[in-house]
Each structure stands twice: as structure tokens, then as C-alpha cells.
Design a protein around this ligand. Structure first.
Ligand code: SF4
Ligand code: FES
Length: 250
């Protein structure tokens, strides 16, 4: 298959940037999207041209670095998949494919398709540590956790911090990410001592980083490669209300 790529090129955060057109030739249907970009970059390098900067690490959907907006969809046309899990068979021979970085003030563009997502690290850091002494690995089974709660915690912990939720949200809100991080600890017994401070601090940091507010549009959950649902946001809102009431009583 052959494709025309319209790729966002931007030298650095000060450069205004713009689209540039490239041809991807002889692409196999079973190539991943990133392998197709690797081939385009090999050709650019062979012509002494600057390769397209994009991030990837695991290439199996678990690290969250391969952030690209493909034809206006975060992570492209497949649901429940990251860009590295997207294969060229999802496109038709002759298609024009538009590739952009995440667009959000809190994720400044560093170069081409690479954005700075360290604002997410700040939100996670604001959540802090848990003070419960959980002992060593052999003690893990001594803290009984109901199956439904451990399932909820594990589902929330599946968030890979890719930022697609922010990129897809018209408000550039980080509410789905923040709620996943809040929920995965707050449903567990070990997460109870810091439950109130965690939600207040993480939400405060989310605002400080310049993310928008959540208005329950749902684009975030629609593009999330890990199927984090809007239930996580409802859970966070419940925790926020409870934390606020407890603070007033003190
Ligand atoms: S909630 Fe989903 S879309 Fe958002 S950062 Fe986590 S995995 Fe990515
Ligand atoms: S490269 Fe790790 S999730 Fe895509």
C-alpha cells in the first residue's frame, strides 16, 4: 500500500510549526503504524533530511509514550489501542493520513510529534505516598481485599499516562487520568489514611498545571486505550465531596 502523510513538523517549542507532506511507499498491511513511520524516517535519513521526531518505548501498549493524533483521533482509528498497537491494515491504500502531536497548553510541544507530559508527573507526585505499612511481599495476602474492589483498583491502575484523554477533551481536562490515579488507591484499605488529602492535592495540582475543567463530555473515555471509564470520574467526585465535608467538620 502507498500513503500520503501530512505530518506536523516543529523544530522546538518556539517554532510556529506546520504540516509537511511525505509519501510512504510499499507499506505492508501488517506493519504497525510506528514501523511505517520508521521506514519513512529511514528514507529521510538516507536523503540527509531531519527524521520525524516521535516517541515510543515498549511498542506493546504498556508505556504510554507513543502519543499521536491520527486523522483527528487520539491514538488513531482503533478503539482500546495505542498508536504502537495500530496496524496499517486499518487504512486503505492511497489514503492521506494526518499526523499531529497532542494539543493542550499543559502539554507543550517539544519537537514535531513529541510533547512534554511532565504535568502528569506533577499530578501523580501531588498524590504522595501511602503511610500504611504493608510489610514484605509475603504479607500481601494478609490484607484481605474484596474481589470487586481489587478488580476496580486494577482496572484504574491500567492507566498508562498517555494523555490521549487530555488531547481528545475539548477542555483539555486531565480529569480521567487524575481520577484513575485517585481511584486505584482510594478503593484499597492501604489507601485510606491519605484518601482525603490525595484527592484534594491531585485536583489542586491538575488545576495548577493548566488543565481545563471536566464538563462530562466523555471524549476522554472514548479514546482511552485502557478503557478507563467515566465511572472513575464519578468516583473522584464522590471522594472530593467527602473530603470537603470532613474538612469543614474539623
Ligand atoms: S486515562 Fe486513559 S487516555 Fe488518559 S492517560 Fe490514562 S490511559 Fe491514557
Ligand atoms: S510505545 Fe509503549 S504504549 Fe506505545
Amino acid at each position: 500500500m502507498n500513503f500520503t502523510l501530512r505530518v506536523w513538523r516543529q523544530k522546538d517549542s518556539r517554532d510556529p510549526g506546520g504540516f509537511k507532506e511525505y509519501k510512504a511507499h510499499d507499506v505492508l498491511a501488517d506493519m504497525s503504524f510506528l514501523e511505517m513511520l520508521d521506514e519513512v524516517n529511514n528514507e529521510l535519513i538516507s536523503k540527509n533530511e531531519e527524521p520525524i521526531a516521535f516517541e515510543s518505548d515498549c511498542r506493546e501498549g504498556i508505556c504510554g509514550t507513543c502519543c499521536q493524533m491520527i486523522n483527528g483521533e487520539a491514538h488513531g482509528p482503533e478503539t482500546g489501542a495505542t498508536v504502537c498497537q495500530l496496524f496499517m491494515r486499518s487504512f486503505k491504500d492511497g489514503d492521506t493520513i494526518v499526523i499531529e502531536p497532542w494539543r493542550a497548553n499543559a502539554f507543550p510541544i517539544l519537537k514535531d510529534l513529541v510533547v512534554d507530559r511532565s504535568a502528569f508527573d506533577q499530578i501523580t507526585a501531588a498524590g504522595g505516598f501511602i503511610s500504611a505499612n504493608v510489610g514484605g511481599a509475603q504479607d500481601a495476602n494478609c490484607i484481605l481485599v474484596p474481589k470487586s474492589e481489587s478488580d476496580t483498583a486494577m482496572d484504574a491502575a491500567a492507566c498508562i499516562g498517555c494523555g490521549a484523554c487530555v488531547a481528545a477533551c475539548p477542555n483539555a481536562s486531565a480529569m480521567l487520568f487524575t481520577s484513575a490515579k485517585v481511584q486505584h488507591l482510594s478503593v484499597l484499605p492501604q489507601g485510606q489514611p491519605e484518601r482525603d488529602s490525595r484527592v484534594l492535592n491531585m485536583l489542586g495540582q491538575m488545576e495548577a498545571e493548566g488543565f481545563g475543567h471536566c464538563t462530562n463530555i466523555g471524549e476522554c473515555a472514548a479514546v482511552c486505550p485502557k478503557d478507563i471509564s467515566m465511572d472513575a470520574i464519578a468516583f473522584l467526585n464522590g471522594d472530593l465531596l467527602r473530603a470537603g465535608r470532613r474538612r469543614k467538620k474539623r
